[in-house]
Design a protein around this ligand. Structure first.
Ligand SMILES: [Zn+2]
Length: 108
């Protein structure tokens, strides 16, 4: 059984709210102290799309798939998904290692 990789997020020191790593301000309590916080990369597929005309730096990868995932730990994140075969709303997904540093999911 494969184990999902963790996803780096930010956690509010004051209230514990977890949000995207880029947040500098807590969306729940407006606290300004956010700390790095890893969450398990397991969740449910919310939606997805196919990128057929990507930005120049990703042209060689087209077409590729971008998805939105509701993590089991609460936050909603974006990433890529390796295939759409079998994809449906609510399908379980997990984050997998990706050499390029892109957040990559696969159907679990
Ligand atoms: Zn907070």
């Amino acid at each position: 059984m494969r184990v999902p990789v963790d996803i780096e997020m930010a956690r509010c020191v004051a209230c514990g709210h977890v949000d995207a790593i880029t947040c500098v301000l807590c969306a729940k309590c407006l606290g300004t102290e956010m700390a790095a916080h890893a969450v398990p990369g397991r969740g449910r597929l919310a939606t997805w799309t196919t990128i057929r005309r990507p930005p120049t730096r990703f042209c060689e990868l087209a077409p590729y798939y971008v998805c939105v995932v509701d993590l089991d730990s609460g936050p909603r994140v974006t990433g890529r998904i390796d295939t759409l075969a079998g994809a449906k709303s609510g399908a379980p997904v997990m984050a997998v290692p990706c050499e390029s540093g892109i957040r990559l999911f696969t159907l679990a």
